[in-house]
Write a protein that binds this ligand. Structure first.
Ligand SMILES: Nc1ncnc2c1ncn2[C@@H]1O[C@H](COP(=O)(O)OP(=O)(O)O)[C@@H](O)[C@H]1O
Ligand SMILES: [Mg+2]
Length: 362
């Protein structure tokens, strides 16, 4: 049987460049070599594509801050990096978290090239990265979200007081966060009016749009979704935050090894777990996602109300990442998960290719 070429893209122009190397290492390790032939492309911070060897990913363990691409790896043109060996099928697996990877930009490039790729398309990826647009679509679909308001850089520059006028109605404490960031970069918890302006300025350093959100006292529940037209949800998991920041901050995620712990399955009643799964699938559909996504929830400690917090269209695949672990707990091995994601990518490409692009006789 001819093997399908799988181009694993990693690195990228993002704050999560190094985390991506940890994820790519596991995607490569779980790739079924009987069916697939890997090809590794590292994208450096300048956006250049390098043909990397498996050694780069073999070395990608431990403290992410110490990881890097192999600078000596040859630079390749984008077209060359994606080119199939004559006649072979190619699927790109973008293991790129955050900007220029998870946000629809790489997906647009791959669409133009008519290349199959794992995960959501241009629209789903872009919407999934924009917490403001995602929340508006979820609200429209009747999916519970935490009350929020948006502050734009232009509005804040023109009239700061007017731009922040929604804050008192949301109440304190409240969360301020950049609309497009990730990894909790630029996120702060504000306990009173005097902290609001500095927090908004700090978040505006990362994005032109900032979210103000009512703070909920909640457990953090996550659920993995897999599929295209008929998505299915995994057993939910829970993130337990122990860090003194008091929320799942950047330090709690990546710096302090004891900042957080994970529990799969989450300790939920069967009814609550089923509701998480149903809302995860409804979220996937409302945002028109494809392939995979991790849907993150808040579950209020008092009363148990559930809210969708955000989606990750390219969830982590690191050794401690929830997405593959929740599937493992649901009975799907990492190897079968990666194979399934590649098959879903081919299915979507074939469906797209079957569409007519003109009105003439088909
Ligand atoms: N409205 C909120 N109420 C309580 N905690 C919040 C709220 N918004 C964010 N947080 C905390 O901040 C963390 C990061 O926020 P999140 O919206 O998930 O952004 P990111 O994309 O950076 O992960 C969450 O995991 C949670 O711990
Ligand atoms: Mg988050």
């Amino acid at each position: 049987m001819k093997k399908t070429r799988v181009v694993i893209l990693f690195g990228g122009r993002s704050a999560e460049h190094e985390i991506s190397l940890l994820s790519a290492r596991n995607v490569l390790a779980a790739l079924d070599r009987d069916r697939f032939e890997p090809s590794l492309i590292g994208i450096d911070r300048g956006g250049r594509w390098h043909r990397e060897s498996e050694r780069t990913l073999a070395a990608a363990t431990g403290d992410p801050r110490a990881l890097a691409l192999d600078q000596a790896a040859p630079i390749v043109g984008i077209e060359e990096g994606l080119a199939p060996p004559a006649g072979d099928d190619v699927v790109v697996f973008p293991v790129l978290h955050g900007t220029f990877g998870e946000d629809g930009t790489v997906q647009g490039l791959l669409e133009l090239g008519d290349v199959a790729y794992v995960g959501s398309g241009v629209l789903g990826s872009a919407v999934g990265m924009d917490k403001d647009l995602a929340k508006r679509l979820l609200r429209d679909a009747g999916i519970p979200i935490v009350d929020f308001a948006v502050v734009t850089a232009a509005g804040f520059a023109r009239d700061p007081a007017a731009a922040l006028a929604a804050a008192p109605a949301l109440g304190y404490p409240l969360f301020v966060k950049p609309v497009n960031a990730g990894s909790s970069v630029g996120v702060s918890r504000v306990t009173g009016p005097s902290g609001l302006e500095p927090a908004v300025r700090a978040a505006l350093a990362f994005d032109r749009k900032v979210l103000l959100e009512r703070a909920v006292d909640a457990r953090e529940i996550e659920c993995a979704v897999l599929g295209n037209d008929d998505p299915v949800a995994s057993i939910p998991g829970e993130v337990l935050v122990h860090h003194p920041d008091g929320f799942y901050s950047y330090d709690a995620k990546y710096v302090d090894p004891d900042g957080a712990s994970w529990k799969i399955p989450a300790d939920l009643t069967p009814a609550a777990a089923a509701r998480v799964q149903a809302l995860a699938v409804a979220t996937f559909r409302a945002l028109e996602l494809a392939g995979m996504a991790r849907v993150d929830f808040f579950m209020e400690r008092v009363g148990g109300a559930l809210y969708v917090n955000e989606v990750n269209t390219i969830p982590g695949f690191t050794a401690i990442s929830m997405y593959p672990k929740m599937w493992e707990a649901s009975g799907l091995s990492q190897k079968d998960l990666i194979s399934r994601l590649i098959d879903l990518a081919l299915e979507r490409r074939d469906a797209r290719r079957s569409l007519r692009t003109g009105v003439g006789t088909p």
